[in-house]
Write a protein that binds this ligand. Sequence first.
Ligand code: GSH
Length: 128
Amino acid sequence: MSGKPKLTYPNGRGRMESIRWLLAAAGVEFEEEFLETREQYQKLIKDGALLFDQVPLVEIDGMKMVQTRAILSYIAAKYNLYGKDLKERAFIDMYVEGTADLMGMIITFVFTPPKERNLALIVERATT
Ligand SMILES: N[C@@H](CCC(=O)N[C@@H](CS)C(=O)NCC(=O)O)C(=O)O
């Protein structure tokens, strides 16, 4: 083991992308394992690596961390990127929750029939 955090996720941006950005902003190098088969994913579950049977999985400081926002909070706090005081942290949390809502809208959009999609609302939320 190299000591670098190890990120496990399918080969795509998805929920792992904000974690990659945060590590990059903190100047931390990391390794990645891309899940390409169902068997890889099932092995992680069988080995007890996924607390809620979901990825992203980030192995860091001896922990197998899941849940995107918990991972982000840990990395942000560890590398002093989580505000200088409680109020700044509150604003960071509000921003994180707002962007998570936006991400939810985008994910829902993909699975909504084309005639029912409201792209204008997503663009408005993303830009204002
Ligand atoms: N609340 C979790 C949601 C994680 C999640 O939905 N992960 C998806 C991939 S993006 C997953 O593992 N799906 C497989 C499953 O739920 O069986 C987080 O924020 O990390």
